[in-house]
Design a protein around this ligand. Structure first.
Ligand SMILES: [Fe+2]
Length: 391
């Protein structure tokens, strides 16, 4: 019998080259006063952004721009809310990577609630966020978090008592997403690598998750072949290949849909506290942990229950990665793990020590880590061994 499941999705998704140009007209449908949340300079210098601004002007939109650099902390969100609370803002549009989109979601929410944001963060604040927000449109310019299709905004404060937590509500899903692979062509190598590893990790973790459903399985299976084919090629001299960029934009979008509905595993369960305690970017944390966590999870599943359905899913991804046919499940899983270790090296995934993490920090990180919906339970010894391996 089919297990019960529910499925939430961004109400309107426009995917394809050139769709970014349509975002301004869509924003005008919500009102004339727009708060534009954008990411780093590279995106806002692009010809596509210039065209978008022109289209906004032609549509009679007046806008105020807020720039978010790096993963958002509560302070720039609260500042943007304070400065625009009396501005009659009718719609918030985020143009940028996952950080800009998460910031845009939080700003759209706090412009209604008044803030401060920290009061509403899961596990940090004391107030329950009820989902009230301004209309919100997401235009991703990187292929990574899939935030255009998730119902949370990740906010962090990095440091000894730091956190990486979410503002979350099913109504926080963007009203519209314009996913235009053309916008990702100018992504630098490092962003393509870390974003791509985040998207791939989210696809793999959602695919094998204990929360997976036939809907999320079908979605992951539609995106994984393109991701495994194109991520290595984009990072090996083909960064301007539009077919590859399109495959990764699709992979990121689907990874967001999949994680929202199937949840994630131990990589994200460890990447959260890592990113709160140390200044390691989210994609880099996922990318560096993925191979050893997958290896330990597969070993645990073979030990506990060799017939576990997640093993066949891991094997399927292993077969996608193999140049020759691999029928046998154990060999296909080994292929997956070997490839993930190779990707870590080839894609320049960092060592944890590069971010000031030492052996004396590992127990603190492990204590704050979670398995989430990992198909096999990793205990504290497993998690410590993973971190030690990646120091
Ligand atoms: Fe992620």
């Amino acid at each position: 019998m089919q297990s019960p499941f529910s499925f939430a999705v961004t109400p309107e998704i426009h995917f394809g080259t050139g769709t970014g140009a349509e975002a301004a007209r869509a924003a005008a449908g919500f009102g004339r006063r727009m708060l534009l949340v954008s990411g780093g300079e590279s995106h806002t210098r692009s010809e596509h952004f210039g065209r978008f601004l022109k289209a906004a002007e032609n549509a009679g939109i007046e806008f105020t721009q807020v720039k978010i650099s790096g993963e958002p902390s509560p302070e720039p969100i609260d500042r943007a809310v304070r400065e625009n609370l009396a501005g009659g803002i009718e719609v918030v549009l985020a143009w940028g990577g996952g950080s800009a989109i998460d910031a845009g979601k939080a700003i759209a929410a706090m412009l209604k609630k008044g803030g401060p944001l920290i009061d509403y963060l899961e596990g940090v604040g004391s107030k329950k966020y009820d989902g009230e927000r301004l209309p919100f449109i997401a235009v991703p310019t990187t292929a990574g978090t899939g935030s255009e299709a998730t119902c949370n905004a990740v906010i962090s404060r990095v440091g000894r008592n730091g956190f990486k937590r979410s503002l979350r509500h099913k109504k926080l899903m963007p009203d519209l997403a314009f996913v235009d692979p053309l916008l990702t062509l100018s992504c630098p190598h490092q962003t393509t690598a870390s974003g791509g590893m985040d998207a791939f990790t989210q696809l793999l973790e959602a695919y094998v998750s204990r929360g997976a459903s036939p809907f999320t399985d079908a979605l992951c299976e539609s995106a994984l072949p393109g991701a495994v084919l194109w991520l290595p090629r984009l990072l090996d001299g083909e960064s301007d290949n539009l077919e590859g960029r399109s495959a990764m934009s699709y992979a990121a979008l689907v990874s967001g849909l999949a994680l929202t509905n199937a949840n994630l595993g131990a990589v994200h369960g460890m990447a959260g506290p890592l990113g709160g305690l140390f200044p390691i970017p989210h994609g880099a944390a996922c990318g560096t942990l993925l191979a050893p966590v997958t290896e330990k999870t597969i070993a645990g599943l073979f030990r506990e229950n060799p017939a576990h359905p997640a093993l066949e899913k891991y094997a399927r991804v292993g077969r996608l990665l193999s140049a020759r046919p691999v029928n046998e499940k154990t060999a296909a899983c080994r292929q997956l793990v070997e490839t993930l270790y190779r990707w870590s090296d080839d894609f320049g995934m960092p060592r944890l020590s590069e971010y000031g993490i030492g052996e004396h920090d590992l127990d603190t990180i492990v204590a704050a880590s979670a398995n989430k919906n990992n198909p096999a339970e990793l205990d504290r010894t497993d998690m410590r061994a993973v971190l030690l391996q990646r120091l």
